[in-house]
Design a protein around this ligand. Sequence first.
Ligand code: ZN
Ligand code: FE
Ligand code: FE
Ligand code: ZN
Length: 287
Amino acid sequence: MTTRSMDPEKPMGLPDYHTHTARCGHAVGTPAEYVAAARAAGLTGLGVADHIPLLPDPDPVLSMSLEELDAYVREVEELKGAYPGYVLLGIEADYRPHTVAQVSDLLAEYPFDYVIGSVHHLGDWGFDDPRQLAGYETRDIDALWAEYLELVGDAAESGLFTILGHLDLLKKFGYRPSQRVAKQWERLVARLAKTDVVVEINTAGLHRPVAEVYPALEVLQQLRLAHVPVTFGSDAHHPGEVGRDFDRALELAWLAGYRDFVVFDGQPGGGRAGRRLAPLPAVGPRP
Ligand code: ZN
Ligand code: FE
Ligand code: FE
Ligand code: ZN
């Protein structure tokens, strides 16, 4: 567990709302292990948000199966009962235009406290899947960004999602947006500001080829100016990654001008947790 940069002796005063479990087929650990890691790290809350079955055809290495979803919900609900006010039942759901109705029906069947909406596909291309890297070689990167940013705006406006996941995920392998898509970014931020979605500051990007938090500081600054609220997620795929690099995330939030962030309050058996703004904790002294 040397990867965690947080000092358990100095709680960050932040929750982690984006964690996965072994059920998705590419992560390690049980929900209980993620909760234990969060408590040991001094986090103020832990949301389990594993990948919902990828529709229309769940891929066993990308998401849990439809059969596993019931057991997932039951297991996290039990943990919510054991740690009331600390554990939340979340889910990460894909935004794909042709599956919106199906995803909506599936989400309605369970009492999720919040739903992280993520765009992982442009058409059939899973652009964040390391097995499909060749897709970048034959396409114009700014055209991809324009298409991606449009989809993220559509996701926000779909009303399906509480939080938008890794807002600039398309940069994962280093294909950053250029100034040529500045207008599209502006348009996206304006669209988000008209919805009630929360954007997560997701630290997983630091450990991908791009080596940056999602979203980039410049994006966070624009979101702040548009009064789009933020919260925090590690996108942990291993219990040792819970709350990873949250000191960096907190620092970026301050740098972008944020003074508060969104906290969710879930009740066991509830569904769509209440939200409130909490003051951003102070950035701790540097070692
Ligand atoms: Zn994953
Ligand atoms: Fe994701
Ligand atoms: Fe995730
Ligand atoms: Zn994710």
